[in-house]
Ligand binder design. Sequence first.
Ligand SMILES: NC(=O)c1ccc[n+]([C@@H]2O[C@H](COP(=O)([O-])OP(=O)(O)OC[C@H]3O[C@@H](n4cnc5c(N)ncnc54)[C@H](O)[C@@H]3O)[C@@H](O)[C@H]2O)c1
Length: 334
Amino acid sequence: MNAADNIFITLNKADLYTAIKGKKVFAIIDRNVADYVPKDIVSPEKCYYLTSSESRKTIEAVEDISEFLIEQGADRDCFLLGIGGGITTDIVGFTAAVYKRGVHFGLLPTTLLAQVDAAIGGKNGINVQHYKNMLGTFNTPDFVVINPKYTFTLPDGIWHCGLAEMVKTFLIADRVRYDFVVAQYPDFRENERVLTRLIFESVRIKTDIVHRDPHEEGERRKLNLGHTFGHAIEKCDRTVMHGEAVSIGIIIAAKISQRLGLLSPQDLTRLIKDFQKMHLPVVSPIPARALFDAVSKDKKVFDNKIKFILLTSIGSVRIEELELEQLRHLVDDL
Ligand SMILES: NC(=O)c1ccc[n+]([C@@H]2O[C@H](COP(=O)([O-])OP(=O)(O)OC[C@H]3O[C@@H](n4cnc5c(N)ncnc54)[C@H](O)[C@@H]3O)[C@@H](O)[C@H]2O)c1
């Protein structure tokens, strides 16, 4: 199934062989999925194994990979293949952008989150002092091969992180699909056919938005729904995973939207009930007002104002510029 020019959603492992045929491949692989790499695809000395954690998504990881590539004699015509979750795909996308001023790369995302979001759209990022994605580039891979079956081995919490990003995408643009996910939860988790369809639709929505606004100057900002407070939660409580933080951030954004009169109280109540049904967290471990220092350092802040994503109904959002002070006031008792 072809979700966009270079994004293949397939249950067939052989499709990866076709994608990398004729390339000088060096694989950067999440240690936890080392067994997923077909043994005959890359020789062992050309594989670099990465420990995936937010504290490792830093410039040091990029340096270590670059040292490995130099030692292995990787020229400008080498090809990086990133295999793993969103942390791996972010690090590989960034490394490919800067190694020898840029080399080609492809991705094999293995978490649901990376399949529906992190590997799609050509953004990457690494953290600085635990502030999320402070260094990053726009760098589109030559291909993304998505095999939904890889998600079957994900631990519960990590699978739900991916569900949070998928639900976010449908909340932005597809009420019908959102309703379907809520109604069918969790039956589609290991149903190849339905899961493949949902991943396809989620990827399609994101790639359509990215095509219209590749450098996030307008509509693409909508995909940041839940991320302003989500990133602040990740900065302040390192035990919270990205998808969990996004889930809580969406509920904070929904509460703000309701306070501004944009979202009906009924929709807010329904959203919270739906998230609880799907085991997506809704309560911040830290009061929203205590997150403000981190919010004020968000990449989207200019001149004490922030472009904030608000929900107007289930399936539709709008971008609004809010004064930081106004936002602080709106979340004072959350
Ligand atoms: N660039 C973007 O557009 C974008 C979008 C969304 C998120 N992100 C980034 O993605 C990151 C989160 O990604 P993530 O949730 O995939 O985290 P991750 O890469 O750390 O993966 C989560 C865990 O799952 C393990 N794992 C991976 N695949 C597995 C599999 N198939 N079976 C069992 N375990 C597996 C990993 O080893 C890790 O322990 C964050 O850093 C976030 O900022 C980037």
